[in-house]
Design a protein around this ligand. Sequence first.
Ligand SMILES: [Zn+2]
Length: 155
Amino acid sequence: MTFTQKEIDEINQNDLIDRFEQDLTPIELHFLHYEDNELNTCNKCNIIKNTWNTDEFKWDCDHDLKGHTALCSDCYFELGCKSFYEIEEEVKIMTITVGDYVKTTKEYNSLCFISGEVIEDYGNKVIIIDDCAETDDDRLEFHKSDLEIVVEEVE
Ligand SMILES: [Zn+2]
């Protein structure tokens, strides 16, 4: 089926958002697949979303989508997907514990790292003894997400 440019120009891409690919008219389908637009469809349910709306549409470059390339937020939650950032956080929460030697991450403070041994573990937070504390109060509380384990060099 062919359409005139005038017909195609009358399509507003926002009218297609939140509809399913199978519910589109032939010209809307043509617009979705062959015309310049910012639309994408969920790999699982085929709902149409704006490519750049990251609240509504998740890509596999930032998230573990369990084999899909792009998902709408509904399917994302239904499948229990997580962002790579969240996964990294969970790994940290599981791995950092009492007795570990840690330092603050570059994201936390790139100019002045704080390091020390973990003495208390509160789940997502820990208390560390600051190596270089200049006062008697050398106990510091950190979110585990702001810390990384210092791996000792084996000589
Ligand atoms: Zn979906």
